[in-house]
Design a protein around this ligand. Structure first.
Ligand code: MN
Length: 205
């Protein structure tokens, strides 16, 4: 029996991020789109296990690519749900270690906000804005993932991610992605970002 991926429950209710992300938008994003990546990844795992049992072949090159896409989609959505929270409790400027790194790298939170927003807004087609930290140079980087798995840096743990696929915002914001990106700043869970940064700094491999 193959161990499979599972769709996690959201850490808040479907309407918890309103008015920035509507209940309908969040529900379809989580229940339909995230679920689809989980199902697709599991389908490949099951197919591979079956082929190995039977000794039959499969298209290794195609499946490696599909697996990367779908598992990356699953992982990024898990990070995304957890780095957001209700605007009544979260949002605003960060505190703690991430705030220190933002000041050190970008000079100010405002400058960081501008660069991260521009990264999200200028992503061509479907992708993500992703904050990471380089331990070799002791600074933050903002990456622009294409799809879920292109233009990332191996081993660099995402600290903060923003999904700018149209499926993330189209019901609420139609084609106006910049308004969705601006709304995101109200619902960032900086506690979670700090937790990831601590984990990354303590990671020895
Ligand atoms: Mn998405």
């Amino acid at each position: 029996m193959v161990k499979l991926y599972e769709l996690p429950e959201l850490p808040y209710s479907y309407d918890a991020l309103e008015p920035h992300i509507s209940k309908e938008q969040l529900q379809i994003h989580h229940d339909k789109h995230h679920q689809a990546y989980v199902d697709a990844a599991n389908g490949i795992l099951k197919m591979m296990a079956e082929a190995r049992d039977k000794g039959t072949d499969f298209d290794i090159k195609a499946k490696a690519k599909e697996l990367s896409f779908n598992v990356s989609g699953h992982q990024l959505h898990k990070l995304f749900w957890n780095n957001m929270g209700p605007a009544s409790e979260y949002g605003g400027e960060p505190t703690g270690k991430i705030a220190e790194y933002i000041d050190k790298t970008f000079g100010s939170f405002e400058r960081f906000k501008k660069e991260f927003s521009q990264t999200a807004i200028t992503t061509e087609g479907s992708g993500w804005a992703v904050l990471v930290m380089c331990k070799n140079t002791d600074r933050l980087f903002i990456l622009q993932y294409e799809k879920h798995n292109v233009n990332l840096v191996p081993r660099w743990t995402p600290l903060l991610v923003l999904d700018v696929w149209e499926h993330a915002y189209y019901l609420d914001y139609k084609n106006v992605r910049p308004d969705f990106v601006e709304a995101f700043w109200n619902i960032i869970n900086w506690d979670e970002v700090n937790k990831r940064l601590e984990g990354w700094l303590n990671c020895k491999i």
